[in-house]
Design a protein around this ligand. Structure first.
Ligand code: SAH
Length: 219
């Protein structure tokens, strides 16, 4: 979908299926475990519930989304609740433009909206703003979810391919979880993967890279 199409999903009378008006339970558990900490980015934050959760637990939280109406609503909630979370209209495919870096990234339902090309751009964009040692908690629709409504299904192998060691990533875990959703196709939950992904920063050099200066050359 284009940015105006995403924005339209927030102005069309009924709430979009994913906007449940409270944080996703999976992220509440992470917050309860003290894991939404430091400088937190909520990428594709929608109306901001997960970023607001992080802010409520003491994090320095920033949410970004391409949909201006979602950001307006998120800012309204932050003001109503007296929380310091900041919200910006921004493209998650070019996060370096924010001029900020983060300890923790929340992705609740963003990764699974991208096609293969944008998926690679998104992972590179995350790499540019997540500090080494930082973590990304990513929840996406799982290939165990039957039917074809909603976003594309993602397999564990696809997650492992996207966040490969050669790109400076380490997948700490991928666990089955669930998205709560507003009633869609007679369902109020969808099968998900919750991935914990660490930024190691040890990206492999490109295959054709020159050896570092001073390296011994084979005799
Ligand atoms: N995280 C929110 C919203 C999930 S729906 C929640 O859990 O409720 C996916 C969100 O990603 C939508 O709000 C959509 O506007 C946003 N989005 C889609 N493409 C984006 C992009 N390139 N950059 C930033 N946000 C994007």
């Amino acid at each position: 979908m284009t940015s105006p199409q995403w924005d339209a999903s927030y102005t069309a009378g009924a709430l979009p299926p994913w906007d449940i008006g409270r944080p996703q339970p999976a992220f509440v558990r992470l917050a309860d475990d003290g894991l939404l900490r430091g400088r937190v980015l909520d990428a594709g934050c929608g109306t901001g519930e997960n970023a607001l959760l992080a802010a409520d637990r003491g994090a320095d939280a920033v949410g970004v989304d391409v949909a201006p109406h979602a950001i307006e609503r998120a800012r309204g909630k932050a003001a109503e609740r007296g929380l310091g979370a900041r919200f910006e209209v921004a493209d998650a495919l070019s996060l370096a433009d924010l001029g900020l870096t983060f300890d923790t990234v929340i992705d609740s339902g963003l990764f699974h909206v991208f096609d293969d090309d944008d998926r690679a751009r998104y992972v590179a964009s995350l790499a540019a703003v997540l500090d080494d040692g930082g973590r990304c908690y990513l929840m996406c629709f799982s290939d165990r979810q039957p039917g074809d409504f909603g976003p594309r299904r993602v397999s564990q192998d696809e997650l492992r391919a996207a966040f490969a060691p050669a790109g400076g990533w380490r997948i700490a875990s991928i666990a089955p979880d669930t998205f709560e959703i507003n009633l869609l196709m007679e369902q109020t939950a969808a099968q998900a993967w919750l991935a914990t992904i660490e930024r190691t920063g040890d990206a492999a050099p490109p295959a054709d890279a020159a050896p570092p200066a001073g390296a011994d050359s084979p005799a």
